[in-house]
Design a protein around this ligand. Structure first.
Ligand SMILES: *Cc1c(COP(=O)(O)O)cnc(C)c1O
Length: 395
């Protein structure tokens, strides 16, 4: 069937997705939140308790249960994933005038958080199989451009700026080759923050993403696999980092029964109790959501094999949450035709992000060769990927 004309493949894809989601809705979204469990019960309970804001039992409970789910020693909840990243960068020592290595294919939040610190992102290429930061490219970049300073830290030979952190991102839930990245960063004394915003429920060699680096961050925005409306999480196995994260995200207030004093510039980044109540309920349903998404992925895999489109698979040694399923078209022309036809038919599809280096703010940033990122940018398209779960009327 792979010799069927391109336009027919696109029509078949639209028909297939409409049937898969079996909905009367005009428009099939990319990723919808599902509230199938105790969400209303817990949120109502938080309201009844009057503790809806910065104090309450659900924040502690959500942090404890989340840490357990991903297998990290500590978790600190934040108002969103960007705030989790920003806080983690500050804790890692990222400062004004330094550089942070990341990938050019990512959601803007990664670079926004870097910019908030006054640091500049430096872009290193991705691998075609993981869609995330490439260990080979990172190694080559550092060999070519880095020098170790007298203080034992790594500096960019050209700009003389300190390379103060590295932030790989697990694109669409597909784990990067994180073990090799960790090894390289350790060798160059570069702290690592994993942007695991998209990869809750994804594992590399059986270990949950976000737990390999010094710090990992997650997002609970409405389009992620677990939502708190808006929210984020910092995870770490280092107790000191966790304590500092809690301190910075709660205005750096010195604990005291009634006096109000602060010992550094802090942020109001704490997750409100109301959102954490939602998170506690969402965490209980997470495995069901992931199982349902796995079925969707299996359906897509078979269908695209039949019609001859390249489905983006989970990389080696990994279990992906397939947050957003994706295909890889032959070229930018095919991509644009596919995007126009599907969206016009009410089936939401999206191109992968524009490279960060193509945005006004980052077009002059230092970067390595980005040919894989460019290649993927012109071909990769996301497909509707919501779970098929529905709330039972008796719950
Ligand atoms: C969603 C997301 C974030 C965080 O976004 P928030 O909306 O601030 O929670 C960060 N990085 C990536 C790659 C994301 O997809």
């Amino acid at each position: 069937m792979s010799d069927i004309p391109f336009d027919n493949k696109v029509s078949l894809t639209i028909e297939f997705i409409r049937k898969l989601y079996n909905t009367d809705k005009e428009f099939i979204a990319l990723h919808e939140p599902k509230f199938i469990g105790n969400e209303k019960k817990y949120v109502n309970d938080a309201i009844d308790s009057t503790f809806v804001s910065s104090v309450g039992k659900y924040v502690d409970l959500f942090e404890k249960n989340f840490a357990q789910y991903v297998g990290a020693k500590n978790a600190v909840a934040t108002v969103n994933g960007t705030a989790a990243l920003h806080t983690s960068l500050i804790i890692s020592g990222v400062q004004n005038g330094t550089e942070v290595i990341t990938q050019p294919l990512t959601f803007i939040a990664t670079c926004n958080a870097i910019s908030y610190t006054g640091a500049t992102p430096v872009f290193v290429d991705v691998d075609r199989d993981t869609l995330g930061l490439s260990p080979d490219s990172l190694e080559e970049f550092l060999r070519e451009h880095a020098k170790i300073g007298a203080d034992g830290f790594t500096y960019n030979k050209t700009t003389n700026k300190k390379i103060s952190a590295c932030v790989p991102m697990h694109t669409f839930g597909h784990p990067v080759k994180i073990d090799r990245l960790v090894e390289i960063c350790a060798r160059f004394n570069i702290p690592m923050i994993e942007d695991a915003a998209e990869s809750l429920g994804s594992y590399y060699n059986g270990q949950h993403t976000g737990t390999f680096g010094d710090i990992g961050t997650f997002s609970f925005n409405g389009n992620k696999v677990l939502t708190t409306g808006g929210g984020g999480m910092i995870v770490t196995n280092d107790e000191k980092i966790a304590r500092l994260a809690k301190h910075i995200t709660t205005t750096a207030r010195i604990p005291h029964p009634y006096e109000i004093a602060h010992d550094m510039v802090g942020y109001n980044y704490r997750m409100p109790n109301l959102n954490a109540a939602l998170g506690c309920a969402q965490l209980q349903s997470l495995d069901k959501v992931l199982d349902s998404k796995k079925m969707i992925t299996a359906e897509y895999r078979q269908f695209f094999k039949n019609i001859g489109f390249t489905f983006i698979e989970e990389p080696g040694n990994s279990r992906s949450n397939f947050w957003l399923n994706a295909i890889q078209l032959e070229n930018i022309h095919e991509r644009d035709t596919f995007l126009a036809a599907t969206n016009q038919a009410g089936v939401m599809t999206r191109p992968i992000w524009k490279l960060m280096t193509e945005l006004e703010m980052y077009k002059n940033c230092f970067c390595g060769d980005l040919s894989n990122a460019k290649w993927l940018e012109e071909r990769v398209v996301n497909l509707p990927s919501s779970s098929l779960l529905k709330k039972q009327s008796n719950t």
